[in-house]
Design a protein around this ligand. Structure first.
Ligand code: HEM
Length: 460
């Protein structure tokens, strides 16, 4: 009885408005632009350590709100009626820029579920089944063209070229060739202005951007026309064919997939997969060059298999550990961009409907409570009995919840296969040898453009 009375009398913790959350330190007006453009993952982690799971930061005069850590990951993971977040506000601009009616990343609820179901099969890991030899052939021809012994090359740019060809051929059935540079420019500035809002909209009126956008749309229409001319529609027995499935959905459900939405859908593997996979590959290569013991273990694992195929990749704990550790330490999507769909409370703060939030789910990646010696590139932490990533909400490189990455399975295969074939075929060293990688998040976090390697020789 006494205890109950004590409980009743205990003052309830005060719920404050999110506008009262602590503000990260930074210069006036520009705020934390530098941190957000260099290393947003470490910025969110450091701010979490200093301020706790709810904080604010300024960016070009605008206040941004962050919820961070395992509970933020738990919140964004909610589905259906329990979901209190929506994507619309952050992704509206991208949808408008594409001139589309609907969008997988922007929409929630029924429209989102239906669009996801359409794309699911054709960008699953199954699209590469039976085509490993073809993919290795593409990789080898790109290495022989772009990674020539005796040359020093910019890693990020070369990885982007490599990935655009592999994704193009495996998912969309055609490599973008000269269009790859236009697609990269179009995506980069569209994301910087319309989604992360790091740059002013005026960029969208500049001739270089308009031309890149025009050529990206031209490529999308060309893919569709080529498909109609040369390929037959998929049958039930066929491998899922991305362009074929998009066109079939357009015919079957013209309200959900109108003609206006085809360019956005056709380009979606590039928008979602190009920078992401390329940046992970760049960071993984850097980590391997900084950790020669791990590089030696990976080489031994790869050299022990006759061919890189599905069965071989499934049984490569070292290569898999390199990928997982890269996704943990160099996350691509540091925080999910969402808005409050209703008023709700989080960690003592009231978050009104419509508030734009960064849900910093990858803060746990740097917490010693989850990953002892978090800054150490330790590929064995994923193996039993440690399995550190299995703690609830510890590992979220592909986000969580209804918008979790649709290309995760395919991305994992592309990363492991490309990295393994690179390590198998090409010997490179850092140039200069003591280079320390800087991260550039303009807009997708990854190695800065000054990350160069010298190609020494082909191994076989
Ligand atoms: C390392 C590589 C990749 C990473 C780290 C990654 C990460 C992510 C993340 C974090 C999201 C969720 C964004 C959000 O919550 O708003 C996402 C969404 C998505 N990703 Fe990936 N991605 C990768 C590669 C790919 C690839 C290769 C494809 C397709 C070919 C792809 C297709 C998609 C699609 C379609 C969505 C939207 C899903 C939806 O809104 O329902 N991703 N990705």
């Amino acid at each position: 009885m006494v205890a109950l009375e004590a409980e009743i009398q205990k003052p309830k913790p005060q719920v404050r408005h999110i506008d009262e959350a602590p503000m990260a330190k930074g210069p006036p007006f520009i705020g934390n632009v530098r941190e957000m453009m260099t290393d947003p993952a470490r910025f969110f982690y450091n701010s979490y350590c200093e301020h706790g799971p709810v904080f604010r930061f300024k960016l070009m005069g605008r206040t941004n709100y962050v919820i961070a850590g395992a509970d933020a990951a738990k919140l964004i993971d909610r589905r259906g009626e329990k979901n209190v977040l929506r994507s619309r506000e952050f992704w509206e601009g991208q949808t408008e820029e594409f001139g589309a009616k609907y969008s997988l990343v922007r929409d929630d609820g029924e429209v989102h579920e239906r669009l996801r179901a359409i794309l699911k099969r054709s960008i699953s890991r199954d699209v590469i089944a039976g085509r490993y030899a073809q993919a290795v052939g593409i990789l080898n021809s790109v290495f022989e063209r772009d990674w020539r012994p005796g040359t020093t090359i910019p890693v990020t740019l070369r990885m982007q070229r490599l990935v655009s060809e592999v994704i193009g051929l495996i998912v969309a059935g055609a490599a973008p060739g000269d269009y790859a540079a236009d697609i990269r420019t179009f995506i980069k500035y569209m994301l910087m202005t319309k989604v992360v809002q790091q740059a002013p909209d005026i960029i969208l009126n500049l001739p270089f951007y308009k031309e890149a956008k025009r050529r990206s749309f031209e490529f999308a229409h060309q893919l569709i026309e080529d498909y109609k001319k040369t390929r037959r529609p998929p049958t039930n027995d066929d491998r899922a064919d991305f362009i074929g499935e998009v066109l079939e959905a357009h015919e079957k459900y013209p309200d959900l997939v109108p003609a206006s939405d085809l360019p956005q859908l056709v380009l979606s593997p590039y928008v979602a997969g190009l920078d992401t996979v390329a940046n992970v590959l760049g960071s993984a290569l850097y980590a391997l060059l900084k950790n020669p013991d791990i590089m030696a273990r990976m080489r031994a694992e790869i050299d022990a298999v006759p061919a890189l195929d599905e069965a071989a990749l499934r049984n490569m704990p070292v290569t898999q550990g390199v990928m997982m550790e890269t996704l943990r330490l160099y996350p691509i999507n540091v925080a999910g961009a969402r808005s409050a769909d209703i008023d709700f409370e989080f960690e003592g703060y009231r978050i009104p409907q419509g508030t734009r939030l960064f849900c910093a789910t990858t803060v746990t990646h740097f917490m010693p409570e989850y990953y002892p010696e978090p800054e150490k590139f330790d590929i064995d932490r994923y193996q039993p009995p440690r399995r550190e990533h299995m703690k609830p909400f510890a590992f979220s490189p592909f986000a969580r919840g209804p918008h979790t990455c649709l290309g995760q399975g395919l991305a994992e295969i592309l990363i492991m296969l490309t990295l393994a074939q690179l390590v198998r075929k090409v010997d490179v060293r850092l140039d200069p040898l003591d280079y320390e990688m800087k991260i550039s998040a303009v807009p997708t976090p990854g190695p800065a453009d000054d990350f160069m390697v010298h190609v020494e020789r082909y191994r076989n």
